[in-house]
Design a protein around this ligand. Structure first.
Ligand SMILES: Cc1ncc(C[n+]2csc(CCOP(=O)(O)OP(=O)(O)O)c2C)c(N)n1
Ligand SMILES: [Mg+2]
Length: 581
């Protein structure tokens, strides 16, 4: 990687160079693999942005607000491995904190740099804007301590070590970190290491690794029906390929939970589907729950990965995580996931006594399109989208009826992005900006509802500004249909204002050549889907507020019982959208 920042005042004996704090920070972010930074300028970070511009260390992607920037950084990091977010003191940091908390929840390494009030003003007690004007200096650092793995306020003395500590923590733990860079130290010279940042996992403890791999390999080899259950850490720790190799060698079934959709290629012959407790397809449930040696990777049982707490993993399940493994009573520390999987795969014999698994069911054909002039339904919509997906697509699915995207069968090399655990609506619009920036050569498909889109819609303008060419599928059903499945089937609080969504590309970029469609019928949708992908495509599909995919309805109905209990309002007549009889 070329490092453009810094002066070549190398002192070989001490292997250090003199660089400004800001240039060193940008250089380290670049060395950690991020080529871009997302955010909004403010007086306390302008000096850093000037360094960014002068050195060309990173490409700046300015966003409409910091919340969207935090979502964009998250989406970027999911495809790129790590991301940078630059905000200003207080106002910017707190706008971004929801997205950074989401990155924590979903194990996404984002470096949040907050340009903060000058050290001078702290030391001299000068009241500053973007503060509570009460002399308190640590509020935002402390707020971020709740949502990041590590935090620091940089000083000229600690910058060289703290920058590395924080970036390495983010990278190793796959979690966000937060650093405050006071605006009057970015241009100060410090001594920093001349060597590039080493992004390396600390090697496993050799004895622990040997014992752990031997224990797993022994159990898997002896088992009659071993299986693997994959959660999102398999992706974050780069272990999907290792898992497929192990599954192939032992010829064993691999299931994922929803948070890890497409982490295992859905065309992989040993991939069986999405496990979700009682709500799993029967063959997936059987493969996981009757396994006599289940290897689970980073499994975090929450409502939506456990079929509302109906999951029943076998008693002897092995729990492997990024840096530790539990096998029965034994807890192995100082072992890294990839090394464990490598060791197990090397140790086991090629499986011969199990039949090759059938591959995932082939994508359903678009089939009978029925009456093209019929009003568009959710069922027809998702059938048509199934036929539209092609290998290598990046799919981003928002909370809402767009969750039906979890039911799509994906061809080879697709990436599926959702913020299913944190579930902050509007996430996907910002995230799409990030995924587009990280992988501009791929086709990106966003599935979003009108209600969610309204939270972060203006970031469409940034995509147009950068000539990105995603396909945006927006469902206009007049409000929060997924919430109607919980409560308030016809309530006004679940309605949203009517926007002319498909006109927005023109509003956000006058003279744009983006293609916009308003779709009301199946035939309209087919027409929109035939548009070439040489431009941004915006497809607004009008649908009935009471039309929702079966899984969204059942999830909402059982969610209401969990959320509101036996005395809740969901028991009154006609309060929620129920399955049609
Ligand atoms: C920041 C935030 N606020 C509120 C919610 C609650 N919420 C979850 S889904 C949803 C409605 C989504 O509606 P829409 O995007 O229109 O999807 P639809 O189900 O109508 O297709 C709301 C309000 C949330 N998850 N996140
Ligand atoms: Mg809606």
């Amino acid at each position: 990687m070329t490092v453009t920042a810094g002066r070549p005042a190398v002192s070989p004996a001490r292997e250090s160079v003199t660089m400004t704090v800001g240039e060193f920070l940008l250089r380290r972010i670049r060395e950690a693999g991020a080529g871009h930074a997302f955010g909004v300028p403010g007086d306390f970070n302008l000096e850093l942005l000037q360094q960014l511009e002068d050195t060309g260390a990173l490409e700046w992607i300015g966003t409409c607000n910091e919340l969207n920037a935090s979502y964009a950084a998250d989406g970027y990091a999911r495809l790129n491995g790590l991301a940078a977010l630059i905000v200003t003191h207080g106002v910017g940091a707190l706008s971004a904190i929801n997205g950074v908390a989401g990155s924590y929840s979903e194990h996404v390494p984002v470096i949040c740099v907050c340009g903060s009030i000058p050290v001078r003003s702290k030391e001299r007690d000068l009241g500053m804007h973007h503060t509570m004007a009460d002399g308190s200096g640590d509020r935002f650092l402390r707020a971020y301590a709740q949502v990041t793995a590590a935090q620091a306020r940089l000083t000229p003395h600690n910058a060289a070590t703290e920058i590395d500590r924080l970036i390495l923590t983010a990278w190793r733990d796959k979690l966000p970190v937060y650093m405050e860079l006071p605006s009057d130290i970015a241009y100060l010279d410090i001594e920093v290491p001349s060597a590039p940042l080493m992004l390396a996992e600390p090697p496993s403890d050799p004895e622990r690794l040997r014992s752990c791999t031997a224990a797993i390999a022994g159990r898997m080899s002896d088992a009659k029906a071993p299986a693997i259950l994959v959660d999102l850490d398999a992706d974050r720790f780069g272990a999907a390929g290792d898992l497929m190799e192990l599954a192939e060698k032992l010829r064993l079934p691999v299931a994922v939970v929803a948070t890890a959709k497409a982490v295992i290629d859905e065309t992989f012959p040993y991939y069986v589907g999405i496990y979700n407790g009682k709500a799993s397809p029967p063959h997936v449930r059987e493969a996981i729950e009757t396994s006599d040696c289940l290897l689970s990777i980073g499994y975090r049982p929450i409502d939506l990965t456990s079929g509302d707490f109906t999951s029943a993993l076998p008693a002897g399940t092995i729990y492997a995580r990024g840096h530790s493994v539990d096998i029965g009573h034994d807890n192995y520390q100082a072992v890294t996931l990839k090394e464990v999987l490598r060791g197990v795969t090397d140790a086991v014999q090629q499986g011969t006594n199990r039949p090759a698994r059938r591959s995932a069911p082939p994508p359903t054909a678009i089939g009978d399109r029925g009456d093209g002039s019929a009003m568009l339904t959710q069922a027809a919509y998702w059938r048509a989208i199934q036929g539209y997906i092609r290998p290598g697509d990046v799919l981003i699915a928002e909370d809402g009826t767009s969750y039906a995207a979890f039911g799509l069968h994906l061809p080879r090399n697709c990436t599926f992005v959702s913020q299913a655990i944190w579930g902050s609506i509007g996430y996907t619009v910002g995230s799409l900006l990030g995924t587009l920036t990280a992988a501009p050569a791929r086709r990106h498909l966003l599935f979003v509802g009108d209600g969610s889109f309204q939270l972060t819609a203006q970031e469409l303008s940034t995509m147009l500004r950068h000539d990105y060419k995603p396909v945006i599928f927006l469902i206009n059903n007049g409000g929060y249909t997924i919430e109607r499945c919980w409560l308030g089937k016809t309530a006004r609080y679940n309605d949203v204002a009517t926007w002319a969504y498909a006109d927005l590309p023109r509003v956000f970029r006058p003279g744009t050549t983006a293609r916009s469609f308003v779709v009301k019928t199946v035939a309209d949708l087919q027409n929109a889907l035939s548009a070439p992908n040489d431009n941004l495509i915006f497809i607004e599909s009008i649908m009935d507020p009471n039309d929702a995919p079966a899984g969204v309805i059942s999830g909402g109905n059982s969610g209401a019982d969990l959320d509101y209990g036996p005395r809740g309002p969901q028991h009154r007549d006609n309060m929620l959208l129920r399955p049609s009889p």
